[in-house]
Design a protein around this ligand. Structure first.
Ligand code: SF4
Length: 246
């Protein structure tokens, strides 16, 4: 049987720009393809012919590798990016959980970072998460507000996903903008606190120029409301956009 392969957009070293591990140095493995189509998505939708690989960590000099790649090929490229200098390896996308067979083969080959494997996910594929859960250390999970993302509701999937993820270092990310519906934010808060007292990051939609689409008063109002139900609630925009990083 031929080994599982996956299409990747890029493999590079940079600084985590979102969530409660913001500022940590990570190796990013960006998978192509997603099961959702959020209106604010900044990831190209197509499957690229080549994966960009940053041959020297942080150099922004990329070589092109033909897609799809095997787990052994990806592990070799990651080893050359000096895992020991990094907090963790971020599996991101797109949606990395579309590639679980590949991840089952890849993750055991990824050694040497300080904190292990960091999964960034839209939180809608609980069956896939269950398959790789023992191999993951940190989970950054979205709860999608249907009105803000302009997609169908995923409440049931999110609930099942968060129940599985709560055994790990997990936090939830809620992307909001000026027009986010208060009733959807309330529903997300109820969903989270019914599963557990899980850290929440309210993430204002951030433009490529580094401007947020949420006025500070509203951010503070929603944070206060969330703090009535949860202990750890932070407002953090996508900082890599104004740092000028990838
Ligand atoms: S889940 Fe993420 S990658 Fe997928 S469409 Fe939404 S923002 Fe883009």
């Amino acid at each position: 049987m031929s080994p599982p392969v996956a299409p990747l957009v890029e493999i590079f070293s940079s600084i985590q720009g979102e969530g409660i591990w913001v500022g940590c140095r990570q190796i990013f493995l960006r998978f192509a393809g997603c099961n959702l189509a959020c209106s604010y998505c900044d990831t190209p939708r197509g499957i690229p012919q080549y994966c960009r690989w940053e041959a020297r960590p942080g150099s922004r000099e990329f070589l092109l590798l033909p897609n799809p790649l095997t787990a052994q090929e990806v592990a070799l490229m990651i080893r050359k990016l000096e895992p020991a200098a990094h907090h963790s390896i971020s599996l991101t996308g797109g949606e990395p959980l579309l590639h679980t067979s590949f991840l089952l083969e890849l993750i055991p080959l990824l050694k040497g970072t300080r904190q292990g494997i960091y999964l960034e996910t839209n939180g809608t594929l609980p069956d896939s998460l269950e398959r790789i859960l023992p191999l993951v250390d940190i989970i950054a999970m979205d709860i999608k507000l249907p009105g803000t993302a302009n997609i169908n509701p995923c409440w049931q999937e999110h609930r099942a996903f968060l129940k599985l993820a709560r055994g790990k270092h997990v936090f939830v990310k809620l992307v909001v903008d000026e027009d986010s519906k208060p009733e959807e934010i309330e529903r997300a808060l109820d969903l989270i606190c019914n599963v557990g007292d899980i850290p929440l990051v309210i993430q204002p939609v951030t433009t490529p120029e580094g401007k947020t689409r949420l006025n500070p008063e509203k951010a503070i109002t929603w944070q206060s409301r969330a703090l009535e139900k949860l202990t750890d609630v932070r407002v953090i925009p996508q900082t890599h956009k104004f740092l000028g990083h990838l």
